[in-house]
Write a protein that binds this ligand. Structure first.
Ligand SMILES: [Zn+2]
Length: 366
């Protein structure tokens, strides 16, 4: 259980009362403090800010600073007016980062390394080749913000099948694996999972579990939608919940949406602020499902390959486009780059390991 904030805030309340007593103030007593949940997540330790900007006439700049007090966008604007932020967000000051550079001549650069080194390499390459209109998209390998979506004591079966291929056949040798040259589904280790029980466009994780198992919010956030969705399957009503998670603030904000499907029932409503570990509903097999399980998918809404920020409008009864869903175990193949982010679908996004320490549900297949 989380500590109760109203208990934690008690000393401050007593102080206010004491001051009022000293001043002889006759104002009514303050309202008892409401139990507040912040929908905004603190930036994990060790992150810095980066900023990629564009100017008319093909000008570009790329800057970064190793702390979340760093203000690279502000610094770039101070150097030259009239620029627009193309990408800005978080990178790991010490840990591993991935960088994609895209320039007007069509070149796409892929860089990976520790701390600022891949950012420096991407910047140097674009500078040395005098490339124009370069945009730099960065992602840390890990941004630990999520807890498990169910008690880790729960007995589950976890099958993996994230569709990094998205209808474009992949050669798993590109990722340091042996086997298929025409894989349609690969997992986060680059292995062919095409023969598993997954169809194309399966961009999430499935954990088989007992009906009624509590499903928990992976982090503080705001419920975007909790609904019964009509689907063309044997069980025609799919019960599902979408929660938005904001990390950091202002122009360096990173935003994700967690999507939970196949509930037996859900207990939250749109607009509700939920805290990490709060029960969203109970596992079931509603909608397009062959047995009781949780389907969890995560979309990245900031710093995708094609956009600085994207909307996540949920039109009518449809499911939002999954073009920027990411693999929340990160991309961890022995070699090669997260293909979803650049090669097959330039509208994708770099995957990020989002689990807090000890919170990733273990997958015997991994
Ligand atoms: Zn699924």
């Amino acid at each position: 259980m989380s500590p109760n904030p109203s208990t934690l805030r008690l000393p401050a309340v007593l102080l206010v009362l004491a001051l009022q007593a000293c001043a002889g103030d006759a104002k009514p007593l303050p309202e008892p403090p409401q139990e507040e949940v912040s929908p905004v997540l603190a930036v994990p330790a060790g992150m810095g800010h980066y900023c990629s900007m564009l100017w008319p006439e093909q000008g570009w700049a790329f800057a970064w600073g190793p702390t979340t007090n760093s203000a690279p966008c502000e610094q770039l604007r101070a150097q030259a007016a009239g620029g627009d932020v193309a990408r800005a967000g978080l990178y790991s000051a010490q840990g591993r980062n991935n960088v994609i550079s895209r320039c007007a001549d069509g070149t796409v650069g892929l860089w990976s390394g520790l701390g600022a080194s891949p950012l420096q390499s991407a910047h140097a390459d674009a500078t040395n080749h005098q490339r124009k209109s370069c945009v730099f998209t960065v992602a840390p390998d890990a941004l630990p913000i999520f807890d498990a979506p169910f008690s880790l004591m729960t007995r589950v079966f976890h099958a993996t099948g994230f569709d990094f291929a998205q209808d474009v056949p992949l050669d798993v040798a590109d990722f340091g694996q042996t086997g298929s040259t025409t894989a349609h589904i690969v997992d986060h280790l680059g292995r062919d999972q095409s023969n598993a029980n997954f169809v194309n466009n399966h961009d999430g994780h499935d954990w088989g579990m007992v009906t009624g198992t509590p499903i928990l919010a992976v982090a503080n956030g705001t419920v975007l939608l909790a609904r019964d969705r009509e689907v063309p399957c044997a069980s025609p009503i799919q019960k599902e919940v979408y929660v938005q998670h904001d990390v950091g603030s202002d122009e360096y904000l990173e935003r994700f949406v967690s999507y939970y499907a196949h509930f037996k029932s859900y207990v939250v409503t749109a607009g509700q602020v939920v805290r990490k570990g709060q029960v969203l509903g109970y596992a079931g097999s509603t909608g397009c499902s062959s047995g009781p399980h949780l389907h969890l998918a995560v979309a990245r809404l900031t710093n995708t390959a094609s956009e600085y920020r994207r909307d996540y409008s949920i039109p009518g009864t449809d499911h939002p486009p999954m073009t920027s869903n990411i693999e929340i175990y990160g991309w961890a193949a022995p070699s090669g780059f997260d293909p979803w982010a650049w090669r097959n679908h330039p509208s994708g996004a770099l995957s990020i390991h989002l689990w807090n320490d000890g919170q990733a549900p273990v997958n015997p297949n991994f």
